[in-house]
Structure formats: structure tokens, C-alpha cells
Design a protein around this ligand. Structure first.
Ligand code: MLT
Length: 264
């Protein structure tokens, strides 16, 4: 079922009587990056995925986004769907949003699944890279930016063996609204650092990272793992930054184990 909440395109599957998982996608992708997880966990949970403002089918508005406004959107979705103690699952930028949501309203969640993400804010080099990305979109259009960015996101295995899927993903993101994509870059560039809050997370957290993740490599996520009280860490062999797409079978197994171990 598709619903519009606070203007956002929200996709819901599974039964209302079940525990809920909310999936927050990465940049510059859309809710479909969680398809394999929604297909599997929709059998047992209420699965809620959505397109982050400015990306996919969600509206761009003025393109002025912050991590805070992205967290407000999650809050609206939880309120509208009357969800409590939801399992929060975010990848990369979806992880930044999730980490900030945990800082702000941890009581609304029963567990967190953090994939290929980091708690540190951008350093100077990172901020300049985002600025260069915005300039490139302004001068060359979205396509070359999307192609290069997304190419860095995937591991070699996926790019070689799932060439068609890989190209379809680039093609789709290349047609997003450039204003929304630039808004996402600005929101990431200006986000706060959530590292000091990691020690205050008192719900179970599963950390998943691709062995070949070039953007948020395993040592970065291992550091987060050591700071969270009840954390589990799973490295996905041969995968890059987009683990749920690159190896859905192993990722789903890790999520299933985590949910069972924690009676979720
Ligand atoms: C993402 O996958 O959401 C992005 O790689 C995050 C980022 O650029 O920091």
C-alpha cells in the first residue's frame, strides 16, 4: 500500500498487528533499495519504507533540507501510522538520519539496524567534496555526478556480475530532481556529529558493513560497534557500501538472527 504522509511517498506492507520496521534509504537512492528486505520481512513485520524528501517520488519543495527536517519526517510517519517501539533500519545517509533520530527520540524505537554508515560529521575534506558535487551538478547536470557517486558505492562483484541491475540503478538516480539531490548533499554536509550519543544508545543495535565499503569501511563501523552498549557487528564478504542490494541473502540472514536473538 502506498500512502502520502507529510507529502512523502510512503510504502507499507505486512500486517498492522505486527511489529514494525521502518527502512531509511541511502543517498542518492530511493525506497526500492530495501526491496529484498521488505519482501522477506513483510511476511512477519509491518514494513514501512519511504522516499526521503527530495529523492525518488517524494517532493523536492524548496530543496532546503537538514538532517533535522529528515528526522521530523520520520516522526511524522511514526505519528501518522501510530507506530511505537519501531525497529529503525537505515543505510548510510539513512543511517545519519537514524543516528540523529536515536539522539532525539530513542524511546520510540525498540532496536536499530545501522548499515554502512558513520556517526562522525563531514570533515573539511568531506565538506569540500560535497561542495564540488553541487558545483558539478550545476555545471554538468546530474547524470555524471550520479554515475561517479554510485559507481563508488558498489563493490566489484556486483558491478561485474549484476551489470544490468547496476546500470538501472544509475539510470534511475540520474533522473531524480537535481534540486533534491543537491539538498541531500547540503543536509549531509551540515549534519551534526552523533558519536557522543553512541554510548547512550540502550536498545540493541545491529551494525552491518560491506567488506569492500569504500565510503564507510569496516574499521569505521567497528569503532561505532565498540561505543554502543548492546551492539552486534556483521561484515558482508565481497560487498561494497550497498550491502542490502549487493548481498540481500546474507544481509537478511544477519537481520533475522539479530531479530530472533533479541526477541523482536
Ligand atoms: C549514502 O549512501 O547515503 C551516501 O554515500 C552517504 C554519504 O555520501 O555520506
Amino acid at each position: 500500500m502506498r500512502k502520502t504522509i507529510n507529502g512523502l511517498s510512503v510504502f507499507i506492507s505486512g500486517s498492522n498487528d505486527s511489529k514494525a520496521i521502518i527502512f531509511v534509504h541511502g543517498f542518492p537512492f530511493d525506497h526500492t533499495m530495501w526491496q529484498a528486505q521488505v519482501d522477506e520481512f513483510g511476511k512477519y513485520y509491518l514494513c514501512v519504507s519511504y522516499d526521503i524528501r527530495g529523492l525518488g517520488e517524494s517532493p523536492v519543495g524548496d530543496g532546503q533540507f537538514t538532517m533535522e527536517s529528515f528526522v521530523d519526517d520520520i516522526e511524522m510517519i511514526l505519528d501518522e501510522l501510530k507506530l511505537s517501539k519501531t525497529i529503525l533500519c537505515g543505510l548510510s545517509m539513512g543511517g545519519y538520519i537514524s543516528l540523529r533520530a536515536l539522539e532525539k527520540m530513542q524511546e520510540r524505537f525498540s532496536a536499530a539496524i545501522l548499515c554502512d554508515t558513520r556517526s562522525e560529521a563531514d570533515n573539511n575534506e568531506g565538506k569540500l567534496k560535497r561542495a564540488a558535487g553541487i558545483k558539478r551538478i550545476n555545471t554538468e547536470g546530474l547524470e555524471p555526478f550520479a554515475k561517479e557517486f554510485i559507481t563508488n558505492c558498489f563493490g566489484q562483484d556486483f558491478k561485474q556480475n549484476k551489470k544490468d541491475d547496476f546500470e538501472k540503478i544509475i539510470e534511475k538516480s540520474s533522473h531524480f530532481n537535481p534540486v533534491g539531490v543537491k539538498g541531500g548533499l547540503l543536509a549531509m554536509l551540515s549534519r551534526s556529529d552523533t558519536t557522543t550519543n553512541l554510548g547512550k544508545i540502550n536498545i540493541p543495535a545491529l551494525l552491518i558493513c560491506g567488506e569492500q565499503d569504500a565510503l564507510t569501511p569496516p574499521p569505521v563501523m567497528m569503532d561505532m560497534f565498540h561505543r554502543i552498549n548492546k551492539a552486534y557487528f556483521v561484515e558482508i564478504p565481497k560487498a561494497g557500501h550497498m550491502t542490502p542490494i549487493e548481498d540481500p541473502h546474507v544481509v537478511n540472514e544477519a537481520i533475522r538472527d539479530f531479530l530472533i536473538k533479541n526477541n523482536l
